[in-house]
Design a protein around this ligand. Structure first.
Ligand code: ADE
Length: 239
């Protein structure tokens, strides 16, 4: 069983959306397990304080190294080999390739930050790897942790049908998905592209590849190699 442990100040947020649909069914079927650890259980004093003002001044509050370390040290089984990720907008971007490698491991430990951040010393001392789900700032790591878990869980054996598993391979190959259509054949005067109804599988494949390339070029040129970023000049040989 693939095991996820989430360290958070808001354990009540879990499983949240991970309790329904594909991830929720996999959870109920024992394909994966989700455990939360309340960081506040290791808070200090009568108020169970977990944060303090930033050294050097500045806005917001910083999660204390001693509190988070106490929580982590109480939560880890000795010899736990799972990757330990701290969700943070400063982190390396979470990619489909990373989700695949996490799904192939025995599970993952996710630490959710809040406030202005986490004392740098605990990141270093406990070997936490910072991971971001995108270039925007959330109010905490919990929703980011759910995103990361969803990306991993759908890749676990037995969660998705075979049909879907090729889709991210094409993402990993660096292209966005081609457009999809279904019945009715005509809707509000708009037709399904005739090639898709032709039954010519080679032509359909070629059309889809060309559309995937066109859409990727328009929306995410950063995903393409330098030579594919611009449309081929007129008269250039077809590639
Ligand atoms: N916490 C706040 N913003 C985040 C982001 N973009 N990714 C991961 N964790 C976060």
């Amino acid at each position: 069983m693939w095991r996820a442990t989430v360290f958070t100040l808001f354990p009540g947020m879990f499983p949240g959306p991970l309790g329904v649909s594909l991830a929720g069914e996999a959870l109920a079927n024992g394909i994966w397990a989700l455990e939360t650890r309340d960081i506040r259980a290791h808070g200090l004093g009568r108020h169970r304080a977990v944060d303090d003002t930033p050294a050097g001044g500045g806005p917001g509050m910083v999660i204390r190294a001693d509190v988070l370390a106490a929580s982590l040290d109480a939560g880890f089984l000795a010899g736990d080999q799972r990757p330990r990720l701290l969700l943070s907008p400063r982190g390396a971007p979470l990619t489909q390739a990373r989700a695949r490698s996490l799904a192939a491991a025995s599970g993952v430990v996710l630490i959710c930050g809040r406030f202005e951040g986490v004392d740098e010393r605990v990141i270093d001392a406990r070997g936490l790897e910072e991971v971001s789900i995108g270039d925007y700032v959330l109010s905490g790591g919990e929703i980011a942790a759910m995103v990361a878990l969803d990306a991993c869980v759908r890749l676990l054996p037995g969660v998705m049908g075979k049909e879907a598993s090729g889709v991210e391979e094409s993402f990993e190959a660096g292209l966005l998905e081609y457009p999809q259509f279904t019945r009715p054949r005509e809707w509000e005067g708009r037709e399904i592209p005739p090639v898709l109804l032709s039954g010519d599988h080679a032509k359909i494949k070629a059309w889809r590849e060309a559309e995937a390339l066109r859409i990727t070029r328009e929306r995410r040129p950063d995903l393409l190699g330098k030579d594919e970023r611009e449309p081929a000049p007129r008269g250039a040989p077809e590639r």
